[in-house]
Design a protein around this ligand. Structure first.
Ligand code: AMP
Length: 547
């Protein structure tokens, strides 16, 4: 039909072209593995990405081929984001915290052709190189001066040499926006890891939605420091958002301790950061122990696990840093909800607003949500009924890469499917979703749900508790009852009875954990999440007191 808009596919390369043309002198600052602080502009990022696209073609990477990375957050990783996806290949961000056996399994499953890696991961690459089946070229993401003198990796290439010897002339190709752009495997606490394959269209739509004021709220005036790794769901999409809005970017590389992060926040004028609660614990610990403050940081995006309310209070009340609680999944690119206020919350008192913020938030446009009971029927959005959270939308997977595990979708009467999140939640009348548990992790006592996350949050608010996990333990009468597994802070003399007394008045009496066990460490998965399935195995025979 005549008189319509231009036919232009939504491609990742358009983000880079925009940043180069309209925010060309905005900076990308990277703390690098080599120990230096590197600075470049978006103009330089674009030029280097074009050269890298030529280099990849030289290495034989074709349309749709997978190029893997084992890398921290840094400018070279960002160049690969654009060089690989922009030229029509697929960027596969491998998780370097996985065991070598798992990395081999995933690289083989993805049929990766090239592997680019930060020097930190040379020992891991040396361990996997003789075993991986499809990788033809290994590229160390460094310059000639820092190349390892010797290495068992066959034909090891140098990233900066590749750039120097590649032509600067490259035109980003136009192709179907449904083409695959990047690949990320889920942490896989059960069964084999599964790949979520993103497309150019899904990534662009996700980027528009993520940048919105009621989502991650990023603008050209922001300086964004993503602590969330670029190997975990594309650092929640921030490397794309930054190009779209023209924000300054600051990458911390491998230096994620509280002091390094705080120094970088202050030196570079960071206004927004993003990461999982574990990381913020280190940062807050450092800031409070040294009586420091945040002079430019205004907002921190916390997700990946529930943000403990005690942490939210610490940021907001003691440091004047607003917490944005967000929820999502690898399968959702990842953004599903963000917890920003509606107009009617303006007149609410501080405690009321605080209670709203502790929720995971409202659906961003593009994500549709519902909760269902055991019978699959939709439950009311009344803030009380809790059921499995189901989602659908243009940046949510239809099935896993190579159809692993079959279709995960649950069909609806309208013929379309819903993706079951495995999270159990309520949704209130304002649309705020709050996770109460996970279906793979639930505690069901006498047929009623007990929210393990609430119980953990209370334990975490106790000054002697460093980490707490609440799991279901078998009980002869109630089927299951909550068991609290706790790591004490160094030197703390906390007892079981003292901790249980701490629950009084803070929660319904029947929700109080039946027992507490103190451990030296709680097993964490590759992305820093507590592996409750392992704890459940460990304490499967634990005898709860029955009195
Ligand atoms: P992943 O795919 O590794 O990012 O994990 C996604 C899962 O992490 C979700 O299904 C939730 O169970 C959990 N998750 C993510 N964000 C939050 C949050 N803000 N609060 C509680 N759980 C979360």
């Amino acid at each position: 039909m005549n008189g319509l808009m231009m036919q232009q596919p939504l491609l990742i390369s358009s983000l880079l072209t925009h940043a180069e043309r309209h925010h060309g002198d905005r900076e990308i600052v990277s703390r690098r593995v080599e120990g230096d602080l590197h600075r470049q502009t978006y103009r330089e990022l674009a030029a280097r990405s074009r050269r890298m696209a030529n280099a990849m073609a030289m290495l034989g990477v074709g349309f749709g081929d997978r190029v893997a990375t084992l890398a921290w957050n840094g400018h070279r990783h960002m160049e690969l984001y654009y060089a690989v996806s922009g030229s029509g290949a697929v960027l596969h961000t491998l998780n370097p915290r996985l065991h070598a056996d798992q990395v081999v399994w995933i690289a083989d499953h993805a049929e990766d052709q090239v592997l680019c890696f930060d020097l930190t991961f040379l020992p891991l690459v040396e361990a996997i190189a003789p075993r991986v089946k499809t990788i033809k070229a290994f590229v160390a993401m460094t310059d000639r001066a820092h190349m390892p003198a010797t290495s068992s990796v066959p034909g090891l290439l140098c990233y900066e040499d590749l750039l120097d010897t590649s032509s600067p002339a490259f035109t980003w190709p136009l192709f179907d926006e449904h083409t695959a752009s990047s690949l990320c495997y889920t942490s896989g606490t059960t069964g084999n890891p599964k790949g979520a394959l993103y497309s150019h269209r899904s990534t662009l739509l996700h980027t528009f939605a993520a940048a919105l004021p009621d989502s991650l709220n990023c603008s050209a005036r922001d300086t964004i420091l993503p602590v969330v790794p670029m190997f975990h769901v594309n650092a929640w999409g921030l490397p794309y958002v930054a190009c779209m809005v023209g924000a300054k970017l600051v990458f911390p590389g491998p230096f994620l301790d509280g002091k390094s992060l705080h120094d970088l926040f202050e030196a570079e004028g960071v206004t927004v950061s993003a990461g999982v609660p574990t990381v913020w614990q280190g940062l807050l610990g450092h800031v409070e122990a040294n009586d420091l403050s945040f002079s430019t940081m205004r907002r921190t995006i916390i997700g990946g696990s529930a943000c403990p309310p005690a942490m939210m209070r610490a940021f907001q009340e003691r440091h004047d840093v607003q917490v944005l609680h967000a929820w999502g999944m690898t399968e959702m690119s990842p953004l599903g909800t963000a917890c920003t206020f509606k107009a009617r919350h303006d007149t609410m008192d501080a405690e009321g607003r605080f209670a709203v913020q502790a929720k995971q938030g409202r659906a961003v446009f593009g994500v549709d949500m519902k909760i269902v009971g055991d019978d699959g029927q939709a439950l009311p959005h009344d803030g009380k009924a809790s059921g499995e959270l189901m989602v659908r939308g243009p940046w949510i997977i239809q099935d896993y890469f190579r159809s692993e595990g079959g279709s995960p979708l649950v069909p609806d009467d309208d013929g379309r499917g819903w993706f079951p999140t495995g999270d159990v939640s309520t949704i209130d009348a304002d649309g705020f979703m709050q996770i109460t548990d996970r279906s793979k992790d639930v505690i069901k006592s006498g047929g009623e749900w007990i929210g393990s996350i609430d119980l953990e949050n209370i334990a975490m608010a106790h000054p002697d508790v460093a980490m707490a996990a609440c799991i279901a333990a078998p009980h002869p009468k109630w089927d299951e009852r909550p068991l609290l597994v706790v790591v004490k802070k160094p030197g703390a003399a906390l007892t079981r009875n003292e901790l249980l007394a701490f629950y009084e008045g803070r929660i319904a009496k029947w929700w109080t954990p039946d027992d507490v066990v103190f451990v030296d460490a709680i097993p964490l998965g590759a992305t820093g999440k507590m592996q409750k399935n392992r704890l459940r195995e460990q304490f499967a025979a634990h005898k709860l007191p029955t009195a």
